[in-house]
Design a protein around this ligand. Sequence first.
Ligand SMILES: [Zn+2]
Length: 264
Amino acid sequence: MVFISFIRPCRSVIYRLSCSRNLSSVRRKEVNKEIRVRLASAYRALDSYGLNEGVCNHLSAIAPCSILDANIMLIIPFHLHWSEVNPSNLIEVNEKNEVLVGEGKPETTAFCIHQGVYKKRPDVKAIMHTHMPYATALTCLKNPKLLMLHQNSSRFYNRIAYDTEYAGLGDFAAEGERLGEALGQNSVLFMGNHGVLTAAESVDVAFDDMYYLERAAMVQVLACSTNQEVKEMDERVVSHTSQQILEVSTSLCKKAFGLCYLEK
Ligand SMILES: [Zn+2]
């Protein structure tokens, strides 16, 4: 896969995926660099799976700033294609949409949506927003609910919020905060007539949710396209399977990214 080329051997910088201030200058740069690698890998991987849309859509992560003792948002500069993203061309943006490191600016809706969600969910360290085809198709239905039809669906049991109030491009701060409010404590937001968003404590988990969400949506669309009655799983089975998957998902994420982690 394309993103594997970004990954360094396991012996390289290994860190705990929480960002905090008061890191030493060396450590801050080290963690910043590692999160850049992970985020760039996610851009390239989702591009290789065809889950992005032109130069639109956006992924971000909270990271220690590489030049200041503060946290910033790492994100893609507008107009850069996802296939061209690498760790060094991501930009560092503060809460005022000032670019502290890097060239270019974030697309306006990217800044508004991501900052709005981070503001409402300080526990979230990575956000991914795409218009990936199958999940987005579901958001265009009157009933956009992800049905519990498949093992992959159960991963999202009680973890999805549904927003049906689409009113145009989210190019103002209040819309981002509204979306953050709509997300609540969930991990996934179905954005009606628009796309989807995953929010997680790390790039790895947000990526993993994005990938499996599209697979679950694809199965639902294909199953429903047969025009035969679909068979939803029993709720007890769904709940149990969901717990099983979430218990191992962290290690699955690590394998998906070809990295190992140790707390430091
Ligand atoms: Zn969008």
